[in-house]
Design a protein around this ligand. Structure first.
Ligand SMILES: [Zn+2]
Ligand SMILES: [Zn+2]
Length: 329
């Protein structure tokens, strides 16, 4: 499953297999507090190769999944920021939708205290048909909440009116790029030996020389990072948690003029989200999310302009916006 994106070397039929994985975030809902006709409540789906991970599940989440027309595959895990209705009322629908696909593995749901009772009481009182195992893990951030092949997901504490977590998905570094011309110069013929070198192994040549993978590979290359931050007061320590994010999805609920109201409600303004992105270092793109319903779609440009004045690489989340996350090198 690691082998993807075949690259054909010159005119011969030997192929270099890259370890690159597709990674893409889909905004399923971009609103906070209450839905609008064209704005479901906050939810982001992360697709990494064949696996789907859901961050929050506000009202309308399953509608957006269906409208996106993704080739539907099971959701591996759901990460819940906090137990407010605008972040979890879509989950019962997702649990029912998940009964439509065959699965052997359990669905894992991670969140703060209260998530287990919510899931169990919804399932019981609504007589939900669930034909798979659900594993609910109430965690206390900061902690690693998921370890996959080549990546992990970490929860970190935010400051809201109740316990609330941000999440960061971080990939391990990838092996360096393979240099076929160096391999040829060293006398390693095209063929299976190249695959062994790419896997970091040593190969022996007929003349007795031993060539190591490191001789034909560049330095290790960074993996990617995706961070998800909502709902919270602004506090500068968030920046360290999201440093180096290729994509930071962050609450930008209000314009800067409403900062005191945001502080009172323990939410963030768009300029504050942009300050986090700027101060973190290494953030490549900020996508604002969790807009106050006071802003109609045409008004969101106020939030965008204010954020871009501080962090130019800012975009507005919109329902069903796809945000590919590419490798830097
Ligand atoms: Zn909210
Ligand atoms: Zn909230």
């Amino acid at each position: 499953m690691f082998h993807k994106d075949l690259v054909i070397v010159k005119a011969c039929d030997f192929r270099i297999y890259s370890l690159d994985m597709n990674l893409e975030a889909f905004v399923l809902g971009s609103g906070g507090m209450m839905p609008l006709p064209h704005r479901h409540l906050t939810s982001v789906l992360l697709r990494r190769e064949g696996e789907l991970f859901l961050f929050d599940g506000g009202e309308g989440t399953q509608v957006s999944i269906r409208r996106l027309n993704l080739r539907w595959k099971k959701i591996t895990a759901i990460f819940v920021s906090h137990m407010h209705a605008d972040h979890v009322t879509g989950l019962p629908g997702i649990l029912m939708l998940s009964s439509q696909v065959d699965r052997d593995e359990p669905l894992t749901i991670v969140g703060p205290r209260g998530i287990a009772d919510y899931i169990e009481s919804s399932r019981r009182s609504l007589d939900m048909y669930i034909n798979y195992e659900i594993v609910v893990r109430e965690v206390q951030a900061p902690c690693v909440v998921w370890e996959g092949e080549g990546f992990k997901v970490r929860a970190f504490p935010l400051k809201h009116t109740k316990t609330c977590y941000g999440y960061a998905m971080e990939e391990e570094p990838r092996p360096g790029a393979f240099h076929p011309e160096v391999a040829l110069d060293l006398g390693v013929p095209r063929g299976p030996l190249w695959s062994e070198l790419q896997a970091g192994k040593e190969v022996s040549l007929p003349d007795g020389r031993v060539i190591a993978g490191a001789q034909v590979m560049g330095p290790p290359r960074s993996g990617r990072k995706f961070s998800y931050v909502t709902d919270s007061l602004y506090f500068p320590e968030i920046a360290a948690e999201v440093a180096g994010s290729d994509l930071l999805v962050c609450e930008g609920m209000f314009e800067g003029a409403l900062e005191s109201s945001a502080v009172e409600k323990k939410h963030m303004t768009a300029p504050q989200a942009a300050r986090i992105a700027r101060d973190a270092g290494g953030v490549r793109k900020l996508a604002l999310i969790h807009y106050s319903p006071r802003y109609a779609d045409r008004d969101l440009k106020i939030l965008l302009e204010e954020a871009r004045a501080i962090f130019p690489d800012t975009v507005l989340s919109r329902d069903r916006l796809a945000l590919p996350i590419e490798y830097v090198d």
